[in-house]
Design a protein around this ligand. Structure first.
Ligand code: PGA
Length: 255
């Protein structure tokens, strides 16, 4: 892990409930967490509750969303706007998670618009990118990732990326129990930083690049030893407070 402050983000997906929200807010306090940023992205219906519990328990948790609309407001049934997220005190939003790209058909262009909308409204976007198993076999990993990043850079400009986060999430590693090895992950993180550096070296050095895909309490420490890994985006293991705490502790001690 480099000198950038690690970020450990939990993506609860369509899981969790109010009691889990309260358990996390109580557990993740300043005694437990002090040298890293920790974020929970619950289902949007629980964001407000999480923010309130964080305040009540003086928790250090940051509050985020799993998705955000690229539109300001209007007839977009089921969507959630940046203003709504801000009102309930969300400060991060995941954009372009592979499940949203695959299941809901989000294109790189749409994801870039969401990234722009979040950033323009003071919400830190976490841009997810990663290859499928087939793309890896076909040697297209770097092409897929470069495309996702280029579309965003073309829309918002490279300078804007320094205020965002990137998450490398190989699709074949998500929810499969088959994490990328630390070396595989580092190789892609190194590529991402190098790719950003072609636009702007300073921005490249300042961007946190998280690894996601079957991160758990057993493999996190080795991943965090890699130079270009600045934290993790955690799915399954972020639903169990002890496991998520171990991952956070691993990030703290890797500093
Ligand atoms: P996982 O999910 O940790 O359950 O593999 C990661 C993610 O989808 O962000």
């Amino acid at each position: 892990m480099s000198q950038l402050k690690p970020l450990i983000a939990g993506n609860w997906k369509m899981n969790g409930n109010k009691s889990l929200v309260s358990e996390f807010a109580q557990k993740f306090n300043s005694q437990a967490i002090n040298e890293i940023d920790v974020l929970i992205c619950p289902p949007s219906i629980y964001i407000d509750e999480l923010a309130k519990q964080v305040e009540a328990h003086k928790s250090v948790l940051n509050v985020g969303a799993q998705n955000v609309s690229e539109q300001d407001s209007g007839a977009f049934t089921g969507e959630i706007s940046v203003d709504m997220l801000k009102e309930v005190k969300a400060s991060f939003a995941i954009v372009g998670h592979s499940e949203r790209r695959a299941i809901f058909g989000e294109s790189p262009q749409l994801v870039a618009l969401k990234y722009k909308q979040a950033l323009a409204n003071g919400i830190t976007p976490i841009l997810c990118t990663g290859e499928t198993e087939q793309e890896r076999e076909d040697d297209k990993t770097f092409d897929v990732i470069a495309t996702d990043i280029n579309v965003v850079v073309e829309l918002v400009g490279i300078e804007a990326l320094k205020n965002g986060v990137i998450a490398y999430e190989p699709v074949w590693a998500i929810g499969t129990g088959k994490s990328a090895t630390p070396e595989q992950a580092q190789a892609v993180h190194h590529f991402i930083r190098g790719h950003l550096a072609k636009y702007d070296a300073e921005v490249a050095q300042g961007v946190r690049i998280l690894y996601g895909g079957s991160v758990n309490e057993n493999n996190a420490a080795e991943l965090f030893k890699q130079n270009d890994i600045n934290g993790a985006l955690v799915g399954g293991a972020s639903l169990v407070s002890d496991k998520f705490m171990t991952i956070c502790n691993n990030a703290q001690s890797s500093k």
